[in-house]
Write a protein that binds this ligand. Structure first.
Ligand SMILES: NC(=O)c1ccc[n+]([C@@H]2O[C@H](COP(=O)([O-])OP(=O)(O)OC[C@H]3O[C@@H](n4cnc5c(N)ncnc54)[C@H](OP(=O)(O)O)[C@@H]3O)[C@@H](O)[C@H]2O)c1
Length: 362
């Protein structure tokens, strides 16, 4: 149950919880969306909805040690204590050395009987992505979890033929709606100036989908070619949510255009070049981390997608292949094939097919 949600919750771990009475599962729940209710809280809500009170002999089973600190959600330990759960059986401890064992200690300190099952739900099997997210190297040099999403034609190209989808749209309405949901569950949406100049996108979340916190809109634009009258800077419509526009350029680039973009409402950040003289993607990601971005969505054209993929900054992909023959521009087929992907899932939405996967640990 937990693993079925892996692409929705990453970089969070996949977690499920169940209340067991006399050896029978009374109710169960999962952590189903990044930033959303944790499995334990979802289970307690399910019990409340069904008017099931926790009894003394009940056991609560959970994949991973309950959290004891505040993140996007309040600590599950507090919720379990308040619900008067008497016994908790845990499948694995938190691999993050800053939290490991704390949740179990906090439960025990409240008189809750805690059992850690050995080898019942190894994270290598249940949530290997969470091991890379909490690994020493990632913690030492933090950067947001990056989901690269693009739509391609049957030939793998990111632009349809000119006479299809107004020369821009490749996928069907159900896929476009899914992307709105994905946008609502990230802290930032990134694109390149090539896409801004070609498509003039808004990068917003639109009704009926609602974003708990409007994602920042981020443009990578070395020389500040983003037009100050781009639609990114137009006022938000009713039912539309979008965060501040952040433009990343090479430090010292085009002072007059810098001022014009700030007047339009952008926050402009200067970055060092990488060794090829391009905007350093590592620095952009580092600055986004400092702005509080933890999960980000890359919705760029082939140039920037290739740069992020080749430099191994992409953690997860979601690729929509539309029912469109032919196309224009570069294909990302070669990078998709050369990178190592795992836990691949292929599914259909509307008339499109979708590939989801995590990048294999280096
Ligand atoms: N099918 C889809 O999912 C999808 C999504 C988005 C766009 N598109 C299509 O893609 C086309 C635009 O493609 P594109 O490749 O020009 O756009 P892009 O990848 O969005 O933007 C490319 C630009 O990003 C800038 N950039 C900044 N830092 C970079 C770095 N470190 N490495 C590489 N580039 C960096 C470069 O301009 P500077 O050198 O000036 O900084 C580069 O030209 C449009 O036709 C659009 O419709 C399709």
């Amino acid at each position: 149950m937990a693993r079925a949600q892996r692409f929705e919750v990453a970089p969070n771990p996949c977690v499920a919880a169940a209340l067991v009475r006399g050896g029978r599962v009374l109710a169960n729940a999962v952590h189903s969306a990044w930033g959303g209710l944790h499995a334990e809280a979802a289970l307690l809500r399910e019990l409340a909805d069904r008017r099931i009170a926790v009894e003394d002999g009940d056991e609560l089973f959970v994949t991973l040690e309950p959290c004891s600190s505040h993140g996007k959600q309040p600590p599950c330990v507090d919720a379990l204590v308040a619900a008067r759960v008497r016994r908790v059986v845990v499948g694995a401890t938190d691999p993050d050395s800053r939290h490991r064992g704390r949740g179990l200690e906090a439960l025990a300190a409240h008189g809750i009987d805690v059992e850690l099952m050995q080898g019942a739900a190894p994270l290598e099997r249940v949530a290997p992505h969470f091991l890379s997210w909490t690994g020493a190297e990632r913690v030492r040099r933090p950067r947001p979890w990056l989901i690269a999403k693009w739509a391609q034609t049957r030939t793998g190209q990111l632009q349809p033929p000119e006479d299809v989808g107004a020369g821009r749209w490749i996928t069907s309405p159900p896929a476009l709606e899914e992307v709105q949901i994905l946008r609502a569950r990230v802290d930032a949406i990134l694109t390149g100036v090539g896409t801004v100049l070609a498509d003039d996108p808004r990068l917003t979340v639109r009704r009926p989908v609602e974003a708990p916190c409007a994602p920042l809109r981020v443009v990578l634009d070395s020389e500040l070619r983003t037009p100050p009258d781009a639609r990114l800077f137009h006022p938000l419509a009713d039912g539309e949510s979008g965060g501040r526009v952040h433009v990343f350029c090479l430090a010292g680039a085009a002072p007059a255009r810098h001022r014009a973009l700030e007047s339009a409402g952008a926050i402009v950040h200067g970055c060092f070049p990488d060794r090829n003289g391009r905007l350093s993607l590592r620095e952009v990601l580092g600055q986004l981390w400092s702005l509080g971005v933890r999960r980000a969505l890359l919705e760029a054209g082939p140039t920037l997608q290739t740069a992020f993929l080749e430099q191994e900054f992409v953690d997860q992909v979601r690729v929509y292949t539309g029912a469109v023959n032919g196309g224009r521009g570069a294909s990302l087929g070669h990078v998709l094939q050369s990178a190592a992907w795992r836990e691949r899932l292929d599914r259909d939405v509307g008339t499109d097919s979708v590939l989801e996967a995590f990048r294999t640990l280096a």
